[in-house]
Write a new protein. Structure first.
Length: 606
């Protein structure tokens, strides 16, 4: 998955497709490919590596035509390779695809029984074979019939050699935009690839399909009902849209969290029964009920997500949990008892400390599951089972959306375990209902970005900061402090609020900002007392409180609010204002928030 471009009606379509791919290059990818309709069929060129390697392999004098599709791939099913790259072909059909076809194995088996042969490891190749199997002379009908058999998410662009000039697009869960031109039309996963051609666009919604020819665009739904779509005008320029209109990738990713959290639980919750289905875990109900102890192994931001998981699993599933720094785990003699489950968490799936800790746990007989963002990563391959967070490529080095997606998965695991032990169906339904509300509630927090920027101006030149939280908000205090350290280079520390008086209180004076996470929960009265202690020493208090709070708010110099919510989902909301605070402080200090010094996105050395 990553970038899609399709163009019809352009006499220089190969060059235009390559330029479109370059405008999507910021998204991150591992291979690229292009397919162009020609009189004798569809010509396709694919290369592993950068777009320039693809461009070097394309002969513009030979790859001629007016209609084509192109793709940059970020590996999901199957390792990065030329054969796994898009477009995929079967017969006279070519297709590019973003998303995940969850039932591809079942579909593949049925197609193989019919004689279809597959060359790649991808789920996408199954989709192009399925469309070819359904083809009866009209491409859009074959696509529509095929997508009704598909479970999962997709944004696709498809061509057939027997239907010159036609591109069929369809969307469910993965964005597609149509660019409307004069004598040409464009289909892309991001308007960045369209802006060089037109600023007139149609945004497709889930279940929408579009048929593009040089003469026009038709839109309809998967049931073949015509859909009237408004043509909108893009009012910003190419430079802005490459980051989605945001100044930095980090800010874009903070604002993506309503969708990435939804993607993390999409298709995995069962609202009617208050339960969760995590097919990737491959654990029976008997095995789930007989877990006696859980060890979570992770580093950095993923470690903080694991700490959230510890609080949640122990409270709601009543299973003992330990969270270990993966970098320390294998350098002692960890005790692995029967019934021990190890959960390893890594955004990249390549973090060497976590990978080695996982291998040590397996050597000692633990059952190991992985939580990662990268399909085909080493951790994904070497764990017995696991769950992908589906956050998409995270470009900003300081993790934001991956953290909340990891926490979302841990909430799902908590509910899965709890329903097999202590949580009844009614309570499970309440938790799922609360989780489904989180994306809209995060949007309310994001609306405070400018107000948070005003607070950041007050503290941008400070040298130190403390973060305090209790219970499940203690890991959020750690994560908030880490974000500030990573991108602004301000010394910041997170503590359990009660621990402040056991040493850190000595640091508090009128020049010390103290960020307190004081949402309404069982520890509210206690943390209010901790705020009083800071106030008595004239520390500057920035509080994160539940909407409508007056008690802690009245004691604070600055107040950030989050919507009221059930305790299990609180961390998903309380971390967002801290991400924004760190971001705005770093920008005001003139730092490079996307590529902070000394840090790498994936740490592959010990």
């Amino acid at each position: 998955m990553c970038g899609i471009v399709g163009i019809t009606g352009d006499s220089q379509v190969a060059a235009s497709l390559l330029e479109g791919l370059r405008r999507l290059e910021y998204r991150g990818y591992d291979s690229a490919g292009i397919a162009v309709q020609q009189p004798e069929g569809i010509a396709c060129v694919k290369r592993q590596g950068k777009i320039q390697e693809l461009a070097d392999a394309v002969d513009p004098d030979e790859l001629t035509g007016i209609c084509g599709i192109a793709h940059t791939r970020w590996a999901t099913h199957g390792e990065p390779s030329q054969v796994n790259a898009h477009p995929h072909q079967d017969g006279r059909i070519a297709l590019v695809h973003n998303g995940i076809i969850e039932n591809y194995q079942a579909l593949k088996q049925k197609l193989e029984e019919k004689g279809h042969e597959f060359a790649s490891e991808t789920d996408t190749e199954v989709l192009v074979h399925l469309i070819n199997d359904q083809y009866e002379g009209k491409l859009e009908d074959a696509v529509r019939r095929s997508l009704k058999l598909v479970e999962g998410t997709y944004g696709i662009a498809v061509m057939h050699a027997d239907e010159p000039g036609k591109i069929v697009g369809a969307r469910r869960g993965s964005p597609l935009v149509v660019g409307v031109g004069d004598g040409f039309n464009v289909l892309a996963s991001d308007v960045a690839a369209i802006l060089g051609h037109t600023k007139q666009v149609i945004y497709l919604d889930d279940w929408d399909m579009a048929v593009l020819t040089p003469d026009g665009v038709q839109t309809f739904d998967i049931d073949n009902q015509s859909v009237d779509k408004e043509i909108e005008e893009i009012t910003w320029g190419l430079e802005q849209i490459q980051k989605g209109g945001f100044a930095h990738y980090m800010l874009k990713e903070i604002f993506e969290q309503p969708e990435t959290i939804r993607d993390a639980f999409r298709g995995r919750i069962l609202p009617a029964s208050g339960d969760v289905k995590l097919g990737g875990l491959q654990l029976t109900d008997w095995e789930l009920r007989n877990i006696r102890r859980i060890i979570i192994l992770a580093c950095g931001t993923s470690y903080h997500a694991g700490l959230v998981g510890e609080y949640l699993i122990e409270e709601y599933a009543r299973i003992p949990v330990e969270v270990e720094y993966a970098s320390e785990f294998r350098y002692r003699s960890p005790i692995i008892e029967p019934g021990t489950l190890c959960i390893v968490i890594s955004q990249s799936g390549e973090t060497i400390d976590t990978l080695e800790a996982m291998r040590e746990a397996k050597r000692r007989g633990a059952k190991v599951i992985g939580i990662t963002n990268v399909v085909g990563s080493t951790i994904a391959r070497e764990t017995e089972c696991g769950v992908y967070i589906h956050a998409g490529p995270e470009i900003g080095v300081a993790s934001t959306k991956a953290f909340t997606s990891q926490v979302t998965i841990l909430i799902l695991i908590t509910l899965l375990l709890g329903r097999r032990n202590h949580i009844n169906a009614e309570y499970g339904m309440e938790i799922i209902e609360e989780l489904q509300k989180v994306p809209d509630k995060i949007r309310q927090v994001l609306d405070q970005s400018e107000a948070i920027k005003d607070i950041a101006r007050v503290y941008a030149n400070h040298s130190n900061c403390l973060y305090l939280g209790r219970g499940v908000n203690y890991p959020i205090a750690l994560e908030g402090a880490l974000k500030l350290k990573e991108i602004s280079y301000i010394h910041a520390e997170g503590y359990p609020a009660a621990e402040m008086k056991h040493g850190p209180i000595a640091l508090i004076d009128p020049n010390m900002p103290v960020v307190v996470i004081g949402t309404r929960d069982a520890s509210y009265e206690k943390i209010r007392g901790n705020v009083q202690e800071v106030r008595a020493r004239r520390g500057k208090i920035i509080s994160v409180v539940s909407e409508g709070d007056t008690e802690i708010a009245s004691l604070s110099d600055h107040v950030l609010t989050i919507p009221r919510c059930r305790g299990m989902v609180t961390p998903l909301l309380s971390v967002v204002p801290l991400q924004l605070l760190a971001y705005h402080i770093a920008v005001l200090r003139g730092e490079d928030v996307d590529q902070p010094r000394n840090l790498a996105k994936a740490v592959t050395v010990e």
